[in-house]
Design a protein. Structure first.
Length: 71
């Protein structure tokens, strides 16, 4: 078994550069601390509006269909 590079990479927030806080990856592929992770805290480039729209359509196709047909 060879060592993985991922294990040795030090993650730190790409906005405030703090290392002490837990970091997580946003959908825009950048890593942020929990303070900066919300999309409105780091000028997120990910299209959340489109994502939400897609999720709604995937999760609730029947509900959308009912709404349309009931009008
Ligand atoms: Zn941060
Ligand atoms: Zn983001």
């Amino acid at each position: 078994m060879s060592q993985t590079e991922n294990g040795s990479i030090k993650k730190k927030c790409q906005k405030c550069f703090k290392k002490k806080l837990v970091v997580d990856q946003c959908k825009c592929q950048k890593i942020f601390c929990l303070d900066c992770l919300p999309s409105f805290n780091h000028n997120c480039t990910f299209d959340w509006r489109q994502e939400n729209k897609n999720n709604l359509e995937k999760m609730n196709p029947k509900i959308l269909a009912i709404k349309v047909s009931s009008i």
